[in-house]
Design a binder for this molecule. Sequence first.
Ligand SMILES: NC(=O)C1=CN([C@@H]2O[C@H](COP(=O)(O)OP(=O)(O)OC[C@H]3O[C@@H](n4cnc5c(N)ncnc54)[C@H](O)[C@@H]3O)[C@@H](O)[C@H]2O)C=CC1
Ligand SMILES: O=P(O)(O)OC[C@H]1O[C@](O)(CO)[C@@H](O)[C@@H]1O
Length: 382
Amino acid sequence: MKALHFGAGNIGRGFIGKLLADAGIAVTFADVNETVVSELQKRNEYTVKVVGEECVVETVKNVTAVNSATDTVVDCIAESDLVTTAVGPTVLKIISKSIALGIEKRAAANNTAPMNIIAAENMIRGTSQLKEAVLEHLSDEMKAFTEEHIGFVDSAVDRIVPPAAEGETDPLAVTVETFSEWIVDQTQFKGEIPNIPGMECTDNLIAFVERKLFTLNTGHLITAYLGVLAGHETIKDSIEDDAILAEVSAAMEESGAVLIKRYGFDPKAHAAYIQKILGRFANPYLRDEVDRVGRQPIRKLSPQDRLIKPLNGTIEYGLPNQHLLKGIAAAFLYKNEDDPQAVELQAMFTEKGFAETLAHYSGLKSDAEVVKLAEDAYFSLK
Ligand SMILES: NC(=O)C1=CN([C@@H]2O[C@H](COP(=O)(O)OP(=O)(O)OC[C@H]3O[C@@H](n4cnc5c(N)ncnc54)[C@H](O)[C@@H]3O)[C@@H](O)[C@H]2O)C=CC1
Ligand SMILES: O=P(O)(O)OC[C@H]1O[C@](O)(CO)[C@@H](O)[C@@H]1O
């Protein structure tokens, strides 16, 4: 079996690419980072440091790479059984063109073997969004071919993989936590579902995506923003600050109450899930900087993302949301000149004020009661 994986970054090398290669699949990474591409081509293997209670170094073998900006990537798609991505939500549109060209090439060669595409991104139904982008490039005839032979499979992906430590000289070095979870929507595959140990199937993906995004990612983000305000550099230092731990736990409980109500999760099991995640944040072997987790605040204030969607759930079910509001307020205090979204958010905030800016990015109404409460939280935090 052959797979093409877009994005040889932290999750690409440290999780999805590794899982595929460990399953005996011949993996080709597609990336725009020339150094990473040429090292993978030269070595055909790399090592992953897995850190937790035990620390082990594992070698990932039988891999190569292509430059994602060249036509070779189209040839690879035409010949692959599986295409996966971990490039970041904003890059999915960019790679959709190559995927469309790869599908056209399959059709031209009368290759009707099923191919499945799985986006492993922090998004709700990211693969379905990628599918929309791919279809925009295709004729009606090609759309019909795609519907018949190409599976677009949504997934939820969970493993904390920070960038390599400062001073690391190996461009392929990657350190990951022990925990990992990749859950795919079994209803969306074309052909047989590949047997990949570590890839779990479900027919209720949305519950798992929301459970992960609105527990781990909600808590992580609030840890990052409150950590920045308290002068911490890492997630570990932030979560070991008792005041931050209390705020983050309370916010996760608020989003958890929404998940329990919406999906019927067992409250005790969900409380244990939260505790496990808090322990993962404190992993002493991972240096995870607050700016990585806080990055792109505009995306994270969008209606479907980790702050606003759970907040809307609390409104829908009449549940408490004071700590989620504090997290939203903290996003407005996140300043980072190296992050274009943080700069844009601050620029609009200065020009238009809190309510209009929050409403613009979140889809909330500027005169809504929660927006007023979030603004109050902002002034209290400030
Ligand atoms: N790092 C983590 O702990 C986790 C990340 N995620 C999600 O996984 C996705 C990837 O995140 P990371 O691996 O951390 O990011 P990353 O920045 O380490 O990796 C992204 C890779 O995509 C490459 N890339 C950019 N444009 C490209 C293009 N046009 N074609 C091919 N490759 C391209 C970059 O060069 C980079 O190597 C994101 O959606 C993130 O939210 C999900 C769970 C965990
Ligand atoms: O990758 P994003 O969406 O910017 O957010 C960072 C988040 O993603 C993760 O890297 C993995 O879920 C978390 O560590 C963190 O909450």
